[in-house]
Design a protein around this ligand. Sequence first.
Ligand code: MLT
Length: 397
Amino acid sequence: MLHVNENYSKIKPTYLFAEIAHRVAAHQKAHPDAKVIRLGIGDVTEPLAPSVIAAMHKAVDDEAGKGDFHGYGPEQGYAFLREKIAQVDFQDRGIDISADEILVSDGAKCDCGNIQELFGADVKIAVGDPVYPVYVDTNVMAGRHDIQLLPCTAENSFVPGPEGCTADIVYLCYPNNPTGAIATKAQLQAWVDWANAKKALILFDAAYEAFIRNPEIPHSIYECKGAKTCAIEIRSFSKTAGFTGIRCGYTVVPNGLVAYTADGSEVPLRPMWMRRQTTKFNGASYITQRGAEAIYSPEGQRECRDIIDFYLGNAKLMKDALKSLGYTVTGGDNSPYLWVNVKGDSWAFFDKLLKEANVVTTPGAGFGKAGEGYIRISAFNSRANVLEAIERLKKVL
Ligand code: MLT
């Protein structure tokens, strides 16, 4: 008899953003003329940076035989991209990460979901609550049900500390999805010290680092002393450079980072991740990686920064408007997400905004129990839509 993986029965039958998409589709079907404004899933709306577009056109010409044709790429990602990443994202910031510690992928979501395969079925996991659902669901799918939830509340400014954390692996995401909170260097250093002392691992999701404008806030966990012996960092070009539809990101697994066998022997994690990726993944396309490389040119950096500033401008407009309506709002300053205290049932608030204002948000409860009472609003949209959404919110709230 065919036996299913029963762990799937322990997660919600629908992924959060799929559930929201169903509700929005049903609403749109019932009201075909409604102009729905989507501030739910964090999906970019602005076109790619001109430098990226030009580099991808050129790469298409290469693949068309006008330049050097490329078939399967190097398993770890092209050196032309990894070297730029190492230089611009790390070495220029005084962080000691080299190109051989970087593994290019088709985005942070896959890496966040797949990385848990490297660890024993019995490792204990800790996550923030609320949290990006991928960390939890992928561990539950793999049979790890006993997940420690670290409450992220207004009382701790949505940044839990390591006190009382009993896990072997903790997922940290800063700037945070969904709360938009940022962690100071001292707060991250406390986690690094905890992980090194406990021989635990930090999986640091830095998908939103490009939104940091406060110069005091670290962009990478490796800005903390000792992080190379206890942390893997996952990055994405989705929000940094509008690659949600292109798909590219990377994971840093430092040389010398180890986990342990049952008898206590050290096993380096970078070769294991390489082994996993080369077995199950054939790399991001050449065209994609050429596009990603262009992000690191001086023009590419300027263009991407301008686009992010534009989204941060949207966030500021919405934050000011919601505050003027009497709501307590966090996030939005160094993050594309606003975390709004709605003082009530978050799915009911989501439904109200959808039905009465044709505005899509994300209910905080979808990110975990401690998200109840909040909604997340994404700043990814055109300025015209954001201004229109603000007018509609003013009417219904
Ligand atoms: C979100 O809205 O939380 C993100 O867009 C989801 C993702 O990056 O996968």
